[in-house]
Ligand binder design. Structure first.
Ligand code: C2E
Ligand code: MG
Ligand code: MG
Length: 848
């Protein structure tokens, strides 16, 4: 501020030029709160070219402005500047404005608050370069603003309080189809309404009506956003306009052409509706097909599935959602009680393999609960697949039953031979890994007689019960099968020791030996078992089964109700038996069988009372084969029936030519008793030969009376009824129970040669023989001592009271031709006549 001395201003009540302000390089003045001048410096006065007369403490801003140098162009008067200043100070507290002078100078003035209630004004000259720079900057800013406005996708306009256009962009004109060059800043809203009506945007609407509508909308602050469809307009557009009121700018209005968006939305809507309908139809179709249906994408994620699919596998809601991974569904299928039979891992792998293969496949899977599911897998072009899952339990029921029947014995439901062999083949694979297993061949003892005496229904029931006991006796890993008839087999795998097989066999023998109670019958049968252990006794099914059979054969011949392990020499014996059996089948036809007859002598009169027919087999290569060797083979193979019948016929025919008081004895096998034809065979042999039944004597052994009494006794009575005689042969072997003698009124009991041999050796043998003879006598039976080879034996049996003797001492078995001669010769010429006479002290004549 200039010092008073210098400006000489009397009015100044305070030093007008403040020394403090003078030190500031810029022009400075201070003002009170009413914008009245307080102090100034010289620079302030000079920059603004203010005459000292104007610069008075307490002068108003308006007075100062008006008293200063004339400004440039349309310079506002002091009053205007003051009111502007007041406004700006009230609002912004700090502002800058430039004051340009007519001579081109420009001064920038900055107003700022100044303690405590006043203002400070700082001013400095702006150079020409600065001005230009400022102008350029302004132009650049405007260009940037224009570019920014025009780059806006929407239309943009600003209206001041008088509803005049302040600012707009090209898009604004474009949207409404108004020519750009007809729009100017400062146009009134009414002008714009006239323009827009003129270009055809509002057919049938007057511009002033439109103007009122817009004006009211803005002034009354209604509908800040509005969407209008210019349906009937030349340009069919849909435009949304929104406005906001900015206190400094006025109304800022944006205009958006949303025609394309609307169309897109509408199209989308239509498409969605169509899709929804299609989905509904698809849903209905998918849910109404009887199969379970599912569709997966290439990532193995569920796209869609129907209700049946969920129901079929009991899938919870969260697993049938689109996007669920196949693995999760499979996991659920397996974990929740519906895994297929067999290996779960195998099932999982199979499903994954099918998916990976990407080929159409059809699988039939049996679930644990018995349902059978047919899965049809069909890959889709996008790398996913569609699969149908159908419950085909019903359809497959028959097929399954048939398949089951093909693999199981229908009576006992045990696996059959086929399954057994398959299991054995599977077990063979374990041999390489050092595993061992046993094959048990089981044959029931006395089962045939159950069938024959109690009927097949009872026989079947017994077989079922046997099957149940076998199932109970074996472990889960073992296979118990019925191979046919009364033949069973067990495959016992993973044995720790071969002895384990013996433990199992023993258990089975014991359990099958327990009586079976059925329909009021107490049925006692037994089991014989042969055991072959792999790999020692064979490495394949055929060998093992054959060897187990050999062992079984041994078990049977060594007394039933036993088990036997296979031994290597059994094989050779079997080979021999096989050869014999084959030869035996042709023996009758080839006329290789012959009968020989061994005389039996009556000790009362020392003469031949009868002859025992004994069969011989004259084998072309091996010579004479003893019946002791081939009869058991014939019994096992069933050949004993035709052979027995042949023997009966031959014996009766031969005896028919003998003297009428000579009997013929024929040995019968127990097996012949089991065949129903025996009675008929005997009857026809008698008829055809014309032999009196009383001259035929049938020899049976004790074993016949062991278990099959129910059946054999009636047959014996029927035979007796024919008039034939029945004798008990080989008494004393095996069982030697005197009670057998009471069970049937035998005509004769033949004491076995082993007893006769023992007679000489001690008192014990003699006591037994005398007991038998005594019992026989009391029961009205005659007794024959077999196998008498020495005179001592002859004497002893005679002393004991035996009725008849038979043995090499007196005569070996003779061929038929020799028998005829026997009767033709005079009695005295026979060696045996002399022997008997010498020993009995009496000589009798043989009848002719
Ligand atoms: P078996 O019925 O006890 O017959 C007597 C056996 O003793 C005969 O043996 C006979 O040759 C033999 N023998 C007779 N006297 C003596 C003797 O003093 N010492 C010795 N050591 N043996 C003597 P074979 O002919 O070898 O017959 C053996 C068995 O074969 C018979 O024993 C019989 O059980 C059976 N057999 C023979 N032929 C037939 C037949 O046609 N049918 C049936 N089912 N079995 C038969
Ligand atoms: Mg005999
Ligand atoms: Mg005998």
């Amino acid at each position: 501020m200039p010092p008073p001395a210098e400006n000489g201003h009397e009015l100044s009540s305070a030093p007008p030029i403040s020394p403090f302000l003078e030190r500031i390089g810029a022009g400075v003045s201070t003002w009170d709160k009413d914008l009245r001048l307080v102090a100034w410096n010289r620079a302030f006065r000079d920059l603004l070219v203010l005459p000292d007369i104007v610069l008075k403490v307490g002068a108003s801003l308006a007075e100062i402005v008006d008293g200063g140098a004339p400004g440039f162009g349309d310079r506002p008067d002091g009053q205007q500047i003051e009111s502007l200043g007041r406004k700006r100070l009230a609002a912004d507290r700090r502002f800058t404005f430039d004051r340009r002078f007519a001579d081109g100078r420009c001064v920038s003035l900055t107003f700022a608050p100044f303690a405590p209630d006043g203002w400070i004004v700082v001013c400095h000259a702006v150079t020409r370069g600065e001005i230009e720079e400022n102008q350029n900057e302004l132009q650049r800013q405007n260009a940037r603003l224009d570019a920014a406005l025009d780059s806006m996708p929407g239309g943009f306009s600003i209206w001041d309080d008088d509803l005049r256009l302040v600012l707009f962009n090209s898009r604004y004109a474009e949207i409404y189809g108004m020519p750009r060059d007809q729009l100017r800043v400062g146009m009134s809203l009414l002008d714009i309404c006239e323009l827009t009506v003129a270009v055809g945007n509002h057919p049938g609407v007057m511009p002033d009506e439109l103007f009122r509508r817009y004006r009211d909308r803005l002034r009354q602050n209604m509908d800040p956003a509005i969407t209008r469809r210019y349906e009937k307009a030349i340009r069919r557009r849909t435009i949304r306009s929104s406005y906001t009121r900015d206190p400094r700018l006025g109304w800022v209005v944006t205009h958006e052409d949303i025609t394309d968006d609307i169309r897109r939305i509408e199209e989308l809507g239509a498409r969605e509706a169509a899709l929804a309908q299609q989905n509904m139809r698809l849903d209905a179709a998918v849910n109404n097909i009887s199969q379970g249906l599912c569709m997966f994408d290439a990532d193995r994620r569920l796209v869609i599935c129907n209700r049946n699919y969920a129901t079929l596998y009991g899938l919870p809601a969260e697993l049938v959602r689109p996007g669920t991974h196949l693995a999760d569904i499979l996991k659920h299928r397996i974990a929740n009680g519906v895994p297929p039979l067999g290996d779960k891992q195998a099932y999982l792998q199979r499903r994954l393999d099918v998916v990976a293969a990407g080929k159409p496949e059809i699988d039939t899977v049996e679930l644990r609960d018995g349902r059978v599911i047919s899965i049809r897998h069909l890959p889709t072009a996008d790398g996913g697949w569609v699969a149908t899952h159908e419950d085909v339990t019903e359809q497959h029921g028959d097929e399954l039953r048939i398949r089951h029947l093909a693999r199981h014995d229908p009576l006992t439901d045990l696996p059959n031979r086929l399954v057994f062999r398959e299991s054995m083949t599977a077990a063979e694979d374990g041999i390489a890994d050092g595993r061992t297993f046993a094959v048990l061949a089981i044959d029931l003892d006395r089962f045939k007689s159950v069938n024959d005496t109690l009927g097949h229904a009872v026989g079947d029931a017994v077989l079922k019960m046997v099957a149940d006991r076998l199932k109970a006796a074996v472990r889960d890993s073992d296979v118990a099968a019925r191979l046919g008839g009364d033949e069973f087999a067990i495959l016992s795998s993973a044995l720790a020791h071969p002895e384990d097989a013996a433990v199992l066999a023993e258990r089975i023998v014991r359990q099958i030996g327990e009586p079976f109670v059925y329909d009021g019958h107490n049925i006692e049968i037994g089991a014989s078992i042969g055991i072959a252990v792999a790999p020692g006794d064979g490495r394949n099914a055929d060998t093992l089964l054959k060897n187990a059979d050999l062992a079984l054969y041994r078990a049977k011949t060594e007394g039933r109700g036993a088990y036997h392990f296979f031994e290597q020499d059994m094989d050779a014996a079997l080979q021999r038996r096989r050869v014999l059996e084959t030869g035996l089948r042709q023996a009758i036809a080839r006329n290789e069988l012959r009968l020989v007859f061994q005389p039996v002598f009556n000790l009362a009169d020392n003469r031949v009372s009868g002859l025992e027919a004994l069969v011989r087999w004259y084998h072309p290569e091996r010579g004479t084969i003893s019946p002791a060797e081939f009869i058991p083979i014939a019994e096992r193979s069933g050949l004993i029936i035709p052979i027995g019948e042949w023997v009966l016929r031959q014996a009766c025919a031969a005896a028919a030519s003998w003297p009428d008081d000579i009997t013929v004895s024929v040995n019968l096998s127990a097996v012949q008793f089991r065949s129903r034809g025996l009675l008929q065979h005997v009857r026809s042999a008698l008829q055809d030969s014309g032999l009196r039944p009383q001259r035929l004597e049938l020899e049976v052994t004790e074993s016949l009376l062991l278990a099959e009494v129910e059946f054999t006794l009636p047959t014996l009575h029927q035979l007796r009824g024919l008039g034939v005689r029945v004798s008990m042969d080989d008494f004393g072997t095996g069982y030697s129970s005197l009670s057998y003698l009471r069970s049937f009124p035998f005509d004769k009991v033949k004491i076995d040669q082993s007893f006769v041999r023992d007679l000489a050796s001690g008192e014990g043998g003699r006591a037994i023989v005398s007991a038998v003879i005594g019992l026989g006598r009391s029961l009205g039976m005659s007794t024959t001592a077999e196998g008498v080879e020495t005179e001592d034996q002859l004497d002893l049996v005679r002393d004991q009271g035996c009725t008849e003797v038979q043995g090499f001492l007196l005569s070996p078995p003779l061929p038929a031709s020799a028998v005829d001669k026997l009767f033709a010769k005079a009695t005295g010429t026979h060696e045996w006549t002399r022997t008997l006479a010498r020993r009995s002290g009496a000589t009798r004549r043989l009848p002719n």
